[in-house]
Design a protein around this ligand. Structure first.
Ligand code: SAM
Length: 213
């Protein structure tokens, strides 16, 4: 997966994204925001917010900052915000692997269906940990390879085309959690056949996240 392929893929998807990936992934988005248990005044970051489908579920008194690398996906999110007259949402064109926020900015950070899309998921997680407050909550929702026969066959078929389809079909959960060094609170299965996993993790103390300079 490289950045140019991702930008191309989501440029192509943007107009029809909600039609194809709206309902089918809705349960997961709803569950993430439910688990976030947003309190008035909370600052939340939605990484790879895409067309803004998760925005339907955040309370109006929570500040939501959404970032995405695709201008076309963000343009769709902006249209949605304009239509719903939301005032609690800020959107920004940004790379999840190089977030332009100070350390410890957010109470809660979510990345929905993004981890298997970014070129370097570990950099994304490192950045999420950096901008999330110590002991803040991190939510990663994604499909992960689960070893079941049918999904495994589908992953194998699509693996050579990851640059075209815009996500990595083969994405093992244990590998991801180990590399990301996530302090996992819970794992839940969501969406169709429970084939997607919602990871809720607690952010570690700052010293364990930051590389000494
Ligand atoms: C499958 S979509 C998920 C969108 C949204 N979270 C949802 O629930 O529908 C993946 C999103 O990740 C974005 N993305 C991919 N690489 C990114 C990066 N490096 N930084 C920020 N966003 C990225 C894509 O542009 C796309 O909008």
């Amino acid at each position: 997966m490289d950045e140019a392929s991702i930008l191309n893929a989501y440029r192509r998807y943007a107009r029809n994204y909600n039609r194809f990936f709206g309902k089918i992934f809705e349960q997961g988005r709803r569950q993430v925001v439910r688990y976030m248990n947003c309190q008035p005044g909370d600052r939340t970051l939605d990484v790879g917010i895409g067309t803004g489908l998760s925005l339907n579920f955040y309370p109006k008194d929570t500040l939501v900052v959404g970032i995405d690398i695709s201008p076309e996906m963000l343009a769709m999110a902006r249209e949605a915000i304009h239509r719903s007259d939301s005032r609690n949402v800020c959107l920004s064109l940004m790379d999840a692997q190089k977030l332009c926020f100070p350390d410890d900015t957010f109470d809660k950070v979510a990345a929905m269906y993004v981890a298997s899309v970014v070129p370097d998921p570990q950099s994304m997680i490192a950045e999420i940990k950096r901008v999330c407050k110590p002991d803040g909550d991190i939510f990663i929702l994604n499909h992960f390879s689960n070893g079941h026969l049918l999904p495994k066959m589908i992953e194998k078929i699509f693996a050579p085309f990851e640059n075209v389809i815009g996500f990595r079909p083969h994405f093992p959960l244990d590998h991801f959690i180990d590399n990301a060094a996530l302090k996992v609170v819970s794992l839940s299965q969501v969406n169709l056949f429970g084939y997607w996993t919602l990871i809720h993790a607690k952010n570690e103390e700052p010293d364990s996240n930051r590389i000494a300079s």
